[in-house]
Write a protein that binds this ligand. Structure first.
Ligand code: DQA
Length: 146
């Protein structure tokens, strides 16, 4: 298995930096991508980083991950709470998944407390901002060593 991780981001995350900074902070998605790539470089992991506002596009990327990447780090954003299709695609890919959220979704509105992805993920990190992405990549490096 190649030492490649796919880092996927769902809708509205392209607006990070200006979107609800009190909730999501001031870092942009480009800042998070740079952090992921730096983390990957230090661990000898190749990082593919993507964001889309189109659910079908995200599903296509998940399908293409099958047999090609060692793990998926995903912030499905609002689709976390709505999409059986993304959960099904992740299961079909047979690639291990770590779910990440910048904010602590459990401290927020009730509709954010349920995730369609958590039940099929290796683990879930939320509320730690961009650090959650770094930790997810480090955990995959740890799993690959084992
Ligand atoms: C989010 C939390 C989701 O509830 C929300 O819809 C997002 C971002 C987060 O990273 O905290 O868009 O996934």
């Amino acid at each position: 298995m190649p030492r490649t991780l796919l880092v996927l981001n769902g809708p509205n995350l392209n607006l990070l930096g200006s979107r609800e900074p009190a909730t999501y902070g001031h870092e942009t998605l480009a800042d998070i991508q740079a952090l992921c790539c730096r983390t990957g470089d230090a661990l000898d992991l190749n990082i593919e980083f993507q964001q889309t506002n189109h659910e079908g596009q995200l599903i296509d990327w998940i399908h293409q991950a099958r047999g090609r990447v060692a793990g998926i780090v995903i912030n499905p954003a609002a689709w976390t709470h709505t999409s059986v299709a993304i959960r099904d695609a992740l299961v079909a890919s047979e690639v291990p998944v770590i779910e990440v959220h910048l904010s602590n979704v459990h401290k927020r509105e009730e509709f954010r407390h349920h995730s369609f992805v958590s039940g099929i993920a290796v683990g879930v990190i939320c509320g730690l901002g961009s650090n959650g992405y770094r930790m997810a990549i480090e955990h995959f490096a740890h799993l690959l060593k084992a």
